[in-house]
Ligand binder design. Structure first.
Ligand SMILES: [Zn+2]
Ligand SMILES: [Zn+2]
Length: 330
């Protein structure tokens, strides 16, 4: 089969690879839409080629049910990113994220991928393949999970640091939830996209000397109610810790080598802090409901490229000009 081969130094190419070998508990999926994720950029920028690729956001068509009676060849399916054992307490609650045996589908920027048979959902007619990829994986799952677990409310002032695909998804979801969303992002195209997602205001951090003062001025001296750190940077975490109002909430989403001083910044401000890692399969039905009630999920997708043009997608990601990009495998 054809699959994307990550060469490193910003380059990818399409190469021939062997078909995925199916384990007993897996089915074979013919990929239709695979989403490009910010979490892939470490290996894209890295110097070493990968064995294949780290695609993990996918929807497609069952190509081989491998004896699993609940699936038929040709079923349209969304594939959950984190796939647990299906039996433990976490899995029974649809929270495979914490399963001791959690795994992921095989490299999904490919003609075919393998997936655990119990980690698929049959797609209704009103859910397209690119939409399914957002609803089943971390593309919408992280913004949805972090924002709903943070109990964003109408009238909240939220501040999102970093407007990659995840930060843009946060802006979309939180505007839908009724918050006034501030987005801090150095890339002009991504600030413009944040406004399209429904942000209230955007800030270019490269033009601001004192970000804490600015955020306080923008919030009548109060500070944002809830801050979402989506860039994994130390300076944005420090700003979030200092600017968020007392008894406010900070949600950590970006991965980076960060440290903090809990004594001064957390204890003395009665602050709450929480994390969010990937997405629970159980959230799919809530996200689908919000989509049907009017959350314009597809606005997050700024480009769909045929897989032959995958390099364009990674060039856009490296230039920080895009939202979510889908690679389409026909
Ligand atoms: Zn992802
Ligand atoms: Zn489990």
């Amino acid at each position: 089969m054809k699959a994307l081969h990550v060469l490193g130094n910003g380059k990818v190419e399409i190469d021939e690879f062997p078909m995925p070998e199916l384990k007993e508990n897996q089915v074979l999926v013919k990929v239709v839409a695979s989403g490009v994720c910010g979490s892939e950029m470490g290996s894209i920028r890295g110097e070493k080629p990968m064995d294949m690729n780290s695609g993990h956001e996918v929807s497609g068509i069952v190509a081989d049910p491998n004896g699993h009676a609940q699936w038929e060849e040709g079923d349209r399916v969304g594939v959950f990113t984190l796939q647990g054992c299906g039996k433990c307490r976490w899995c029974r609650m649809g929270q495979d994220t914490f399963c001791a045996e959690v795994g992921v589908p095989s490299s999904t920027h490919a003609e075919y991928c393998s997936s655990k048979a119990n980690s698929l959902v049959k797609l209704p007619d009103d859910v397209s393949a690119p939409l399914a990829t957002l609803l089943c994986a971390d593309g919408l799952g992280v913004p949805y999970g972090a924002s709903s677990r943070a109990e964003v409310e109408p009238g909240d002032i939220t501040c999102i640091f970093g407007a990659g695909p995840v930060g843009l998804g946060m802006a979309l979801v939180q505007a839908y939830m009724g918050a006034n969303v501030i987005v801090v992002e150095p890339s002009k195209p991504r600030r413009d996209l944040a406004m399209k997602m429904g942000a209230w205001q955007t800030v270019d951090p490269t033009q601001v000397d004192d970000m804490v003062s600015l955020l306080q001025t923008m919030t009548d001296g109060w500070g944002p109610d809830k801050c979402f750190e989506c860039s994994g940077r130390q300076d944005t975490l420090d700003i979030a810790l200092t600017a968020t109002r007392p008894e406010g909430l900070i949600v950590m989403v970006g991965h980076g080598p960060q440290t903090m001083d809990p004594q001064r910044l957390i204890i003395k401000k009665n602050m709450r802090m929480m994390g969010n890692w990937v997405a629970h399969p159980a959230w799919y039905k809530h996200m689908l409901q919000w989509y049907r009630e009017g959350l314009d999920v597809e606005r997050l997708i700024t480009a769909q490229y045929p897989f032959e043009d995958a390099q364009k997608a990674y060039d856009e990601m490296l230039a920080a000009t895009c939202g979510k990009i889908m690679l389409m495998w026909d």
